[in-house]
Ligand binder design. Structure first.
Ligand code: PMP
Length: 399
């Protein structure tokens, strides 16, 4: 009998399944708004100029490819600390941040999850309802019980702040709370500064553990503006964790460039935490790959390239905002009565469009416009060529 006879077929990833369906669709006008990827106005995945320049520099250096240290490239980790917490912050200067290079934002979350599981095996994890689905999987497979905290209020088209605070205020001490630092995926609704104050206060009062997922820094309002949640947790004096991803902000999806940072009370604590993070990495994949981290470190640590990156990042951010405005305007133009103005209040790559499952299915089957059945669309996949068709298709299904 085969050892694997009893292995069950795992469910397909719903978003990847949608992409396969999209690829097979013969409709020449088809548009894929299901992905979580930024495309430029020509519908192409950009290779940023700052990345090309960094790679040229790296190629010219003809560096050998030895193993990296377990925690990654030192200059990369230093650049992450400066980016996330501020180069001049007391936390960075005093050495109380432990940062490791990770395999994308997913890797940062996973290292953090494994570390926290060893530290507090009985803790519960709370994720937002709804959330990026992998949050549940990552923490569940690290051995945690994962529950939701209310986040999205469909009737109000916004955040269920009372529900969220009630969940935090009744959670047992030690509960790990996964928070989207900016550009909430999938809804596009972020907390305001005042709402962050309330969340930080609840986390502090209840002795919860905040784990900020920062997968889109610079895609919402700006690099500094998108760091508001980190800044507020930093000011609170609490310990917390932050995962970082450059998948979107450097358009380096396949290079798996990310990090985990753990904010500790002092340098001695950070040294011990770092030693434990290194064990998690060592026993999983030993050490991270060289290329993506070196690209990011070169960009962040070279002033001209850093300036170029900020310019290119701003252009991506502005284009997404323009597409939000254009979609709302075109829906109006096409005689849609319903006010879709809320789409311009959302931030980041995604929008909870408010469209029903039936409408999303019609968009896909009748028009080749692919979004998630929850109504989530990727605004960063809209462009000046497909937006008319998308708006017309939406107008038809909401009529
Ligand atoms: N967190 C959130 C909220 C995300 O949307 C994503 C990517 N879609 C990630 C983490 C993971 O990013 P990465 O691809 O860098 O692993």
């Amino acid at each position: 009998m085969s050892l694997f006879n009893a292995v069950e077929m795992a469910p397909r990833d719903p978003i990847l399944g949608l992409t396969e369906q999209f690829v097979a669709d013969p409709n020449p006008k088809k548009v894929n708004l299901g992905v979580g990827v930024y495309y430029d106005d020509n519908g192409k995945l950009p290779l940023l100029e700052c990345v090309q320049k960094a790679e040229e520099k790296m190629m010219a250096a003809h560096a050998a490819r030895g193993y990296l240290p377990i925690d990654g490239i030192a200059a990369y980790d230093a650049a992450i600390k400066a980016l996330v917490f501020g180069a001049d912050s007391e936390a960075v200067k005093s050495g109380r941040v432990a940062t490791v290079q990770a395999l994308g934002g997913t890797g940062g979350l996973k290292i953090g999850a494994d570390f926290l599981k060893k530290l507090n095996p009985t803790a519960k994890v709370l994720i937002s309802d709804p959330s990026w689905e992998n949050h549940r999987g990552i923490f569940r497979d690290a051995g945690f019980t994962v529950e939701n905290y209310p986040y999205y209020d469909a009737d109000k088209r916004g955040i269920d702040m009372d529900g969220m605070l009630t969940a935090l205020n009744t959670a047992p001490a030690g509960t790990i709370v996964v928070l989207h630092a900016c550009c909430h995926n999938p809804t596009g609704y972020d907390l305001t500064a005042a709402q962050w104050d309330q969340v930080v206060a609840a986390v502090k009062a209840r002795k919860l553990v905040a784990f900020l997922d920062m997968a889109y820094q610079g895609f919402g309002q700006g690099i500094a503006e998108d760091g508001i949640a980190v800044a507020k947790f930093l000011a609170s004096g609490e310990d917390f964790l932050v995962s970082t991803s450059f998948s979107k902000s450097l358009s380096l999806y396949g290079e798996r460039v990310g990090a985990l940072s753990v904010l500790c009370q002092n340098k001695d604590e950070a040294t011990r935490v770092l030693s434990q993070l290194k064990i998690v990495i060592r026993t999983n994949y030993s050490n991270p790959p060289t290329h993506g981290g070196q690209v990011a470190a070169t960009i962040l640590n070279t002033p001209e390239l850093r300036a170029l990156w900020e310019k290119e990042l701003a252009a991506m951010r502005v284009r997404i905002k323009e597409m939000r405005g254009a979609l709302v305007g075109k829906l109006k133009e096409k005689g849609v009565q319903r006010d879709f103005g809320f789409i311009t209040q959302q931030v980041g790559m995604f929008s909870y469009s408010g469209l029903t499952k039936e409408q999303m299915v019609r968009l896909r089957n009748e028009f080749g416009v692919y979004g998630i059945e929850s109504g989530r669309i990727c605004v960063a996949a809209l462009n000046s060529k497909n937006i008319d068709y998308v708006a017309e298709s939406i107008a038809t299904v909401v009529r």
